[in-house]
Design a protein around this ligand. Structure first.
Ligand SMILES: Nc1ncnc2c1ncn2[C@@H]1O[C@H](COP(=O)(O)OP(=O)(O)OP(=O)(O)O)[C@@H](O)[C@H]1O
Length: 294
């Protein structure tokens, strides 16, 4: 488990300021739907910000806005000292050296007809690297994510879900990015594979100093990897702070509900959770007794 402190150098890598995203409504007269309202988040070099919230709260929309995949209605996004809110395609291509993504589903995020070698060398050749240099970098990242060298000539279907997610992580790592947006990277995996992939992400962060925006609906997963946590609900951030504080003594009732809803494998955490649930029930009983006595 992580120490309760911020990581990195304290240098600001990402700054999202009063971000608003509207999706067009369906039909010509329909009102647009506001998916994000005045979102403020920051990530420092080497830091992990966990983003939690239930389905539909806007986590993916925020990740996609940062990656330039969703149209922004208002506010600004700065990355590494540059305003990238409305970056053009050329700037985005250059940015992809520093800003990468790992999606949730390792089954659909990898091109099934490409070999692992081609999947991993593509981002490097797009950045203008020579084929030979790209191949040697591919060998390095395969090692880094714990996959065998002979994976180079194999296809994604020959690998398990956890191994495919290692390929997706290797693809993101290949260009040595400063920030990786991890959008539910372990949700499609079983519990023991989840733990292994989370450990891999932690090890990579230690080795490379990369920062993560780690998106998950599961507060327990997020607390394992994050220095700070932001909690989203209906397109807004209801609470953010140090991971141990937000997950240990949440101040917002919504965060408390999320905490109780998240599945845990760790018996200590299960005991802790049962005690917490009992405390909540006791509080509620005391409140209703007080109301009845009034
Ligand atoms: N392309 C779109 N057009 C219209 N509405 C959208 C679009 N994409 C997302 N939404 C809506 O925006 C809101 C936020 O969606 P988003 O996918 O960002 O949430 P999320 O927290 O990532 O949810 P999940 O965990 O289910 O992926 C939801 O109400 C969703 O229905």
């Amino acid at each position: 488990m992580l120490a309760d402190k911020r990581a990195g150098t304290g240098e600001r890598l990402l700054g999202v300021d009063r971000l608003v995203v509207d999706y067009p409504g369906k039909g010509s007269r329909a009102k647009p739907f506001r998916a994000l309202t005045d979102i403020d988040v920051t990530i420092d070099t080497g830091e992990t910000l966990g983003l939690v919230g239930e389905s539909g709260s806007g986590k993916t929309t925020l990740g996609r806005a940062i990656l330039g995949l969703t149209r922004i209605t208002g506010g600004t996004i700065r990355f590494d000292g540059v305003d990238i809110t409305r970056a053009d395609r050329r700037t985005r291509r250059a940015l992809s050296r520093d800003l990468q993504v790992v999606f949730q589903d390792p089954y659909t995020s990898l091109n099934p007809s490409m070999t692992i070698g081609d999947i991993l060398s593509e981002p490097l050749t797009v950045q203008g690297q020579e084929k030979a240099a790209a191949r040697s970098r591919v060998r390095e990242v395969l090692d880094q994510v714990g996959l065998p060298q002979d994976a180079i000539n194999r296809l994604p279907r020959e690998f398990s879900g956890g191994q495919r997610q290692r390929v997706a992580i290797a693809r993101a790592l290949a260009v040595r990015p400063k920030l990786i947006v991890c959008d539910e990277p372990v949700s499609a995996l079983d519990l023991s594979t989840q733990a292994k992939v989370l450990d891999l992400l932690l090890e990579i962060r230690r080795e490379t100093g990369v920062a993560y925006l780690f998106i998950s609906h599961d507060l327990d997963v997020v607390r394992h990897i994050s220095h700070r946590v932001a909690v989203m609900r209906a397109g807004t951030i209801v609470e953010q702070g140090l991971a141990a504080t937000v997950t240990g003594s949440p101040s917002h009732p919504y965060t408390r509900r999320l905490l109780l809803a998240s599945p845990v494998a760790d018996p200590d955490r299960q005991r802790e959770r049962r005690a917490h649930r009992r405390r909540l029930i006791d509080e509620q009983n005391t409140e209703s007794a007080a109301v009845q006595a009034h």
